[in-house]
Design a protein around this ligand. Structure first.
Ligand SMILES: [Mn+2]
Length: 334
């Protein structure tokens, strides 16, 4: 739990502001999208302006969280435009679900030059101390849980829309309440959110039964690439750029696909390599608990959690794979 004094400082900061720029890490996931939506609503209900931006497109299945399109930096607005209205009027920057420059492409440059106050809400262990005030709770399963705690502390109204948004945040970061981070606290929060109007069955359908045919085809291609190593304890899968062309899927369609191979009982660790435009690979890593995948990601400039992390590795593919094979071998034998 974040201590009360920190919550007070955060509430004071928000109360003192007139207009808030809200963003989250690139490739916004359910936690990022849900938390941003919930905070926008809360801040607006206080009579303030809230201006959300994302740093890359969100997956289609999160779009229901927003009534209007959230501008994307680099697509819909430039960093120069962050110095013009309405953003120039913002007197507070709120960053959710990350505290790291590398997770804020383009925005990091603007942020370094900005003199605005910064509030960070995050549950990751690694961070660059971006905030003047930081609500960091590494025991929270999702940033959405800290948002939930903040709202309870501040006494802000938990509307049906806010409850739904936070439910999305906590449900997605816990793999629909089935990862090791799904503790009593998350179920208590979930119960509160359901009482406030969140509808789990509806949300489940919107999140997990809403694949586009293109995404399904991409998943099939990915599954065909499955390789198992070290007595089937390490699963590795690959998505190449041509796979996107051939299936019609896009980068955001890869979210959560890595979890599919964890259905295999023997698998302790999973890696998914997604080829990038520069010839490198975005490598997502998952662990069932025996391996610390954050250590591996961190060693090569990435970050994340013990059981879910990510890192960009240079190509060619065989070299990127070898790095993961070597690191996995070290941890699996110990
Ligand atoms: Mn998160």
């Amino acid at each position: 739990m974040v201590d009360e004094n920190k919550f007070k400082q955060a509430v004071d900061l928000i109360n003192a502001s007139k207009s808030v720029l809200i963003t989250a890490h690139t490739r916004p996931d359910g936690d990022a999208c849900g938390s941003v939506r919930a905070l926008c609503d809360s801040i607006k209900s206080l009579g303030k302006e809230a201006h959300p931006i994302f740093l890359s497109p969100m997956a289609a299945w999160y779009e229901f969280l927003f009534d209007s399109k959230v501008p994307i930096l680099g697509n819909d607005i430039t960093t120069e435009e962050l110095n013009a209205k309405p953003y120039s009027d913002c007197d507070l920057v709120l960053i959710v679900d990350t505290n790291s420059y590398v997770q804020l492409p383009q925005f990091d440059q603007w942020l370094k030059r900005s003199e605005k106050k910064v509030l960070v809400i995050d549950h990751h262990i690694t961070g660059d101390n971006l905030g003047d005030i930081e609500l960091i709770d590494t025991s929270a399963a999702a940033a959405g849980e800290i948002v939930c705690d903040l709202m309870k502390y501040a006494g802000w109204k938990l509307t049906e829309e806010i409850a739904e948004a936070i439910f999305v945040a906590i449900a997605t970061d816990s793999g629909w309440f089935k990862f090791a981070n799904a503790d009593a606290r998350i179920f208590r929060n979930a119960a509160d959110l359901i009482e406030a109007g969140a509808n789990p069955a509806k949300i489940y359908q919107q999140l997990f039964q809403s694949y586009s045919p293109e995404r399904m085809k991409l998943m099939i291609v990915m599954l065909k690439s499955l390789e198992l190593h070290f007595e089937n304890r390490l699963a590795m899968q690959v998505i190449m750029r041509k796979d996107f062309d051939e299936t019609g899927a896009t980068g955001k369609d890869t979210e959560n696909l890595i979890n599919e191979c964890n259905r295999i009982g023997s698998v302790d660790m999973a890696a998914l390599f997604v080829e990038l435009a520069d010839g490198g690979y975005r490598c997502s890593l998952r662990s069932k608990g025996k391996v610390d995948v954050r250590k591996i990601a961190q060693k090569y400039g990435g970050g994340g959690h013990t059981m879910a992390s990510g890192v960009n590795l240079p190509g060619p593919l065989e070299k990127a794979k070898q790095i993961i094979l070597d690191e996995a071998k070290l941890q699996l034998k110990s």
